[in-house]
Design a protein around this ligand. Structure first.
Ligand code: ADE
Length: 419
């Protein structure tokens, strides 16, 4: 089969891990079982650019049960799990192109390999796939009817494309579903980011000053978990509303220039570039640890900043590199500034990815049903799909909730009744 993975000998280990994750993804499992009967994706050629993890493998499985023909590449050079990639090829028949630690050229050549399959639908995480289909590989646009996008950064890029009127096909923004960002961005990023930092460094968070740049859904999750582990948390923001939210949630808020000399651990989750720059690195304490959990490593000024400032680079341990600066201090960078949760750990747990990927699967089905009516813009998942996923998830978690009575429904639809 057309593929490029590290080592097919890892497939057996990958399969066990994929099945383990599958046990924690009951909503996706139910969707896969329905898809197998109804085949709503029969013959649909899907190009997927996602983090190649055990959770993604379960999504690929559900889509192929629905009849899709999939080609998959990574959405980040460091986020691939090589055993999963091998198993996807061997056990699930998915054309897979990704190797953990691939260089940028290989990363982009893998995106091209996926586009070479002449997809009808793109499934992206960060919009690199869509971006190539609108740039170097415009030739593939002819066959593409629509796409989905998983993450905040990708949605921002795609909205910019739509605004400039250069977007050539409709996109469904999975990230905007409540059952995605409330749980994946907050609890998923919160836990997996700290997991990545701890696996890479084994530092104690209790008693450390943790500086978190960005108080969006992801930043909120990271701040909550850093505090839960006993960290003293400082938040930096550029949005006054989010800054007030962080203050009222009980965090210290200040500009990065003030936080730089205070922090023991820095984590960026903003979606923006150069959030920690030269002027910040130079003010940091000796031994400060710096990580990024946003989609791209451009959140840290590396090429023009830390890398140029370093008089010596020290490979300390897996995913930890020291940079000795001219002031004699050493700053430790995790996972080359790539998203630390997927590079040094395994990404979000299956329990939350269950809802995110249920949105991907049902989103794809929704796109196919509505393809003739869609315009070349970014769409949000319909609320009824979102609520349906929440209801199924709640049931699988063993919880029941109340239902509105007829009287309550009437009351909510009326305006006459007051005090
Ligand atoms: N994004 C964050 N965590 C992930 C995971 N476990 N699988 C796929 N994409 C992810």
């Amino acid at each position: 089969m057309d593929c490029h993975v590290k080592d097919m000998g890892l497939a057996a280990k990958g399969k066990m891990r994929i099945e383990w994750a599958g046990r924690h993804m009951p909503v996706l499992k139910a969707i896969g079982e329905r898809f197998e009967k109804e085949k709503p994706l029969k013959g649909l050629k899907v190009a997927a650019c996602l983090h190649v993890t055990t959770e993604t493998a379960n999504l690929m499985k559900a889509l192929s049960m629905g009849g899709a023909e999939i080609a998959l590449c990574a959405s980040n050079p460091l986020s691939t799990q090589d055993d999963v990639a091998a198993s996807l090829v061997k056990d699930y028949g998915i054309k897979t192109f990704c190797i953990k630690g691939e260089d940028n050229d290989t990363y982009y050549s893998h995106i091209e390999s996926v586009l070479n399959t002449k997809p009808m639908v793109t499934m992206d995480d960060g919009a690199d796939l869509v971006s190539m289909a609108h740039g170097k590989r415009k030739d593939v646009l002819e066959s593409i009817i629509a796409g989905t996008e998983e993450t905040t950064t990708g949605v921002i890029r795609l909205e910019a494309m739509a605004k400039e009127k250069v977007l050539k096909y409709p996109i469904l923004a999975v990230n905007e579903a409540m059952t995605k960002h409330f749980f994946d961005n907050r609890y998923g990023t919160g836990q997996s980011t700290l997991d990545g930092v701890i696996r890479a460094t084994n530092i104690l968070i209790a008693g450390s000053t943790v500086v978190i740049a960005g108080y969006g859904w992801c930043g909120k999750g990271v701040a909550m978990r850093a505090r839960g582990l006993g960290g003293h948390v400082i938040v930096t923001e550029i949005n006054p509303v989010k800054a007030i939210e962080a203050i009222m949630d009980g965090f210290e808020v200040m500009p990065m220039a003030e936080a730089a000399p205070k922090g023991d651990l820095f984590i960026t989750v903003t979606g923006n570039k150069n959030v920690i720059r030269r002027e910040h690195f130079i003010r940091m304490k000796d031994g400060a640890v710096v990580a990024n959990s946003g989609h791209f490593n451009c959140e840290l000024e590396l090429e023009e900043g830390l890398y140029k400032m370093a008089e010596e680079r020290i490979a300390v341990r897996d995913f930890v590199e020291g940079f000795r600066l001219s002031n004699g201090k050493t700053i430790y960078l995790l996972a080359d500034g790539r998203l630390v949760n997927l590079s040094a750990a395994e990404g979000h747990p299956a329990m939350v990815m269950d809802m995110s990927f249920a949105n991907q699967a049902l989103g794809l089905e929704w796109i196919l049903k509505h393809k003739d009516k869609l315009e070349k813009k970014v769409y949000v998942i319909p609320e009824e799909v979102d609520r349906m996923i929440a209801s199924i998830k709640l049931g699988t978690m063993g919880y029941a909730i109340d239902e509105l009575t007829e009287e309550q429904k009437k009351y909510l639809a009326s305006w006459q009744e007051g005090t």
